[in-house]
Design a protein around this ligand. Structure first.
Ligand SMILES: NC(=O)C1=CN([C@@H]2O[C@H](COP(=O)(O)OP(=O)(O)OC[C@H]3O[C@@H](n4cnc5c(N)ncnc54)[C@H](O)[C@@H]3O)[C@@H](O)[C@H]2O)[C@H](O)CC1
Ligand SMILES: [K+]
Length: 488
């Protein structure tokens, strides 16, 4: 607990300094619950009091961790028990402080806040305190699933202990947590393996496909793309362009001649396949599909992938063409609305809102029911393997929610699937090298793609508007940025 409290107190000091504020004389209120989460908060506030901060503890449950409360009082902190009569007054006073530490509920929470604590947090959320730092998890966020129970006080920073909890890596929980800072407290070796895994740029540097000295275009991975239509020519152009800049040996395009002309105008390196396509190592099916001819081409390609054991990235309209059970090297890329339809195929009747409030639960369920890797697109992208492992990537920014962005993601994924199908997923490959087991590797491939897409989108956007085409154009530079992290 002391190490946790030290980590929390130091993070608060760093954040205040980054805001250009003095520590001495600044004010902090810790909202302290009755358990060990409150204990962490009170011990941390005692340390801040000893550094000259004006400190108040609002005891939200009447009692508090005895030793921590004693330490807080001994350090000169002011204690304010919360009750029905002083909610408004305490909310206004707390909101005016330089820092609010949310230490009401942590991993011991069952459901969300209630009573005066809930009223206080709801009022504080409306008053927008200058700086909110959550202790371990924002109170009201389920540490295991990321599900949230209103009200939750949105944090700028969450200081968590031992490891990033799943609830901080899955929406809606991630959206309430701000930046996450992990404090090592010496229990790491005793923690179960994380329920969610996030690939870092260092992981990506180890995993990115690299052509061997004697590579040639057929050995580096050829991807077949069935996308677009007379009505949605852009989807074909964007997904083929994105695939071609993501490292395959070649991109074969299947679609109507009118669309192929526009595709080749943007990506002359692609090969149009008007009839039986040449050999591919992976498929991308679905962006912008419309009309019976394209749907038939997608059906034929899906059947060829199924019969040939080839990986397939299945997006948008092609999601309607899936067999009852998919091979584990298929990557489905629904958004929340498409996930509800996917789940409906196995009689799971949910709404888009249901999915968005329980993203981790439903992405896992979809992978289990379909047998495929399921990549659920969103502010945080979750990638579930049918084996139950989930990756969480959150490298992009909200400007990427623009037309065609999903088509670009599909192209990146298709190219990576082709490159890795040619080599890299074996037990002697880079995925095994970072502890990714054989049943998780296709989910990891999808996580690599989601991360590259996010990084490219954030770079293309800077802090402003961008387009899907600009995201695709940023992919080569993103590979170069990642490559800088290759340890010498
Ligand atoms: N796990 C570890 O190795 C460490 C944990 N640390 C900190 O401890 C908390 C978890 O503390 P715990 O006492 O188990 O529970 P909480 O403090 O999270 O919850 C407080 C208490 O409140 C009651 N409660 C449960 N649900 C509700 C609710 N919805 N409304 C009101 N009250 C509720 C219940 O009785 C709980 O016991 C962890 O987050 C860390 O901050 C250590 O510091 C580090 C090691
Ligand atoms: K908390």
């Amino acid at each position: 607990m002391q190490r946790a409290a030290h980590g929390l107190a130091n993070a608060v000091v760093r954040e205040l300094r980054a805001d250009g504020r003095r520590i001495y004389g600044s004010s902090v209120t810790v909202l302290a619950g009755k358990g060990n989460n409150g204990g962490d908060g009170l011990f941390a506030a005692a340390m801040l009091a000893r550094r000259g901060m004006r400190t108040t503890a609002v005891l939200t449950a009447g009692s508090a961790h005895p030793d921590a409360l004693a330490a807080f009082r001994a350090a000169g902190g002011r204690v304010q028990p919360l009750d029905d009569a002083n909610v408004e007054e305490l909310a206004v006073a707390t909101a005016g402080d330089d820092v609010v530490i949310d230490a009401i509920l942590g991993t011991g929470a069952r459901g969300g806040l209630n009573g005066p604590a809930a009223e206080l947090v709801a009022a504080l959320q409306e008053l927008h305190p200058a700086l909110v730092v959550a202790c371990d998890v924002p109170s009201g966020v389920d540490a295991d699933t990321g599900e949230t129970h209103w009200p939750v006080l949105t944090a700028r920073l969450t200081v968590t202990f031992g490891g990033a909890k799943a609830g901080l890596l899955a929406d809606p929980g991630e959206g309430c947590s701000g930046r996450v800072h992990v404090v090592q407290i010496g229990i790491e070796d005793h923690l179960p393996s994380p329920a969610l895994r996030r690939l870092t740029v260092h992981d990506l540097a180890k995993l990115l496909p690299h052509p061997g000295r004697r590579a040639q275009k057929y050995t580096r991975g050829v991807v077949g793309v069935v996308a677009g239509s007379a009505r949605y020519t852009g989807a074909a152009a964007l997904s083929v362009e994105a695939a071609s800049v993501s490292g395959p040996g070649m991109v074969r395009y299947l679609g109507p001649e009118t669309v192929a002309r526009q595709v080749l105008a943007r990506t002359p390196e692609a090969i149009w396949e008007p009839d039986e396509p040449g050999r591919v190592q992976a498929w991308l099916l679905g962006p912008g599909l419309d009309g019976s001819d394209q749907l038939q081409r997608a059906k034929d390609a899906l059947q060829a992938a199924y019969d040939g054991g080839q990986p397939a990235v299945v997006d948008a309209g092609a999601l309607e063409l899936l067999p009852e059970r998919c091979p584990p090297n298929w990557i489905l890329t629904p958004h929340a609305g498409e996930l509800t339809s996917l789940l409906g195929r196995s009689e799971v009747r949910v709404t888009r809102d249901d999915v968005e409030s329980r993203t981790l639960h439903f992405v896992r369920l979809a992978a289990e029911h379909t047998g495929a890797v399921v990549l659920l697109k969103g502010a945080t992208t979750l990638i579930a393997s049918p084996s139950g492992t989930v990756f969480s990537q959150s490298d992009g920014n909200p400007w990427m929610s623009t037309a065609g962005s999903g088509d670009v993601l599909g192209g990146i994924l298709g190219a990576l699937a082709a490159s890795y199908a040619a080599s890299g997923l074996g037990d002697d490959g880079p995925f095994a090298g970072i502890g990714i087991g054989p049943e998780e590797r296709w989910a990891a491939v999808a996580a690599v793609g989601a991360s590259i897409h996010g990084m490219a989108g954030k770079a293309a956007s800077g802090a402003g508007p961008t387009t899907a085409a600009a995201i695709a154009r940023e992919v080569p530079e993103t590979f170069r940025v990642i490559h800088k992290y290759v340890s010498a």
